[in-house]
Design a protein around this ligand. Structure first.
Ligand SMILES: Cc1cc2nc3c(=O)[nH]c(=O)nc-3n(C[C@H](O)[C@H](O)[C@H](O)COP(=O)(O)O)c2cc1C
Length: 195
């Protein structure tokens, strides 16, 4: 065995989504965010395109992001569906976090690799990030608001026409006890074909 399998399994099972409303005021340092990103980039990618791109919002950058979220919510959520509580949450979440990382996918100019493969590679990178956070004891949340798909978002993040924003990754320290997770056992999700 090349690694401690029980530790790896423990880490994978311990990874949890913790929302920014449950982050404490303790700050995550830039060096920690750098380590999280340095682990992200070891994800696999088809053709080694390494399509992940990150925009890290910290300090005052988070205010900019929160204000932009407010604007996007008001613009892109139909007036009759708007909810003041959801709007306030959207705007306040970046403030509650130490860092918010915009998760982006850079599309290859030649489009040799399928868009789905590029997106899956970025998702693998996000899992690396989330596991690294868990190892650190950091709370993290991958958010995918509907307006991430808009041209406004692309412009805000400086993305190209074929690139994609795949959501926002919030980091902080948890305020409360680490939550427990649950999953359906593999019998519910697996079919074995042996003959
Ligand atoms: C691609 C992706 C997008 C997600 N987007 C949201 C989201 O927009 N809002 C939300 O509340 N949770 C979101 N989540 C978190 C899931 O709700 C969470 O992973 C799930 O409830 C399982 O909990 P766990 O992460 O603690 O195991 C997302 C998760 C993934 C993988």
């Amino acid at each position: 065995m090349r690694h401690n399998l029980s530790e790896v399994t423990e880490l994978i099972k311990d990874r949890r989504t913790i929302y920014p409303e449950f982050f404490s005021t303790r700050k995550v340092h830039r060096e920690q965010v750098e380590l999280v990103l340095n682990n992200a980039i070891w994800a696999p990618s088809h053709g080694m395109t390494q399509p992940w791109r990150f925009k890290v919002f910290m300090e005052e950058g988070k205010d900019k992001l929160g204000n932009f979220f407010e604007e996007m919510y008001l613009k892109h959520v139909a007036a009759e569906k708007q909810n003041p509580l959801k709007l306030a949450r959207m705007q306040n979440r970046p403030k509650a976090a130490s860092a918010v990382i915009a998760i982006c996918m850079k599309r290859q100019e030649e489009e040799r690799i399928s868009e789905l493969d590029e997106i899956m590679a970025v998702a693998a990178a996000v899992q690396n990030m989330h596991l690294t956070c868990t190892a650190y004891g950091l709370a993290a949340f991958w958010s995918t608001p509907g307006f991430m798909k808009t041209d406004d978002m692309k412009e805000f993040l400086g993305l190209g026409e074929k690139d994609r924003c795949l959501g926002f990754f919030y980091l902080g320290y948890p305020e409360n006890e680490w939550p427990k997770g649950r999953r359906k056992p593999i019998e519910y999700v697996t079919e074995w074909i042996q003959e």
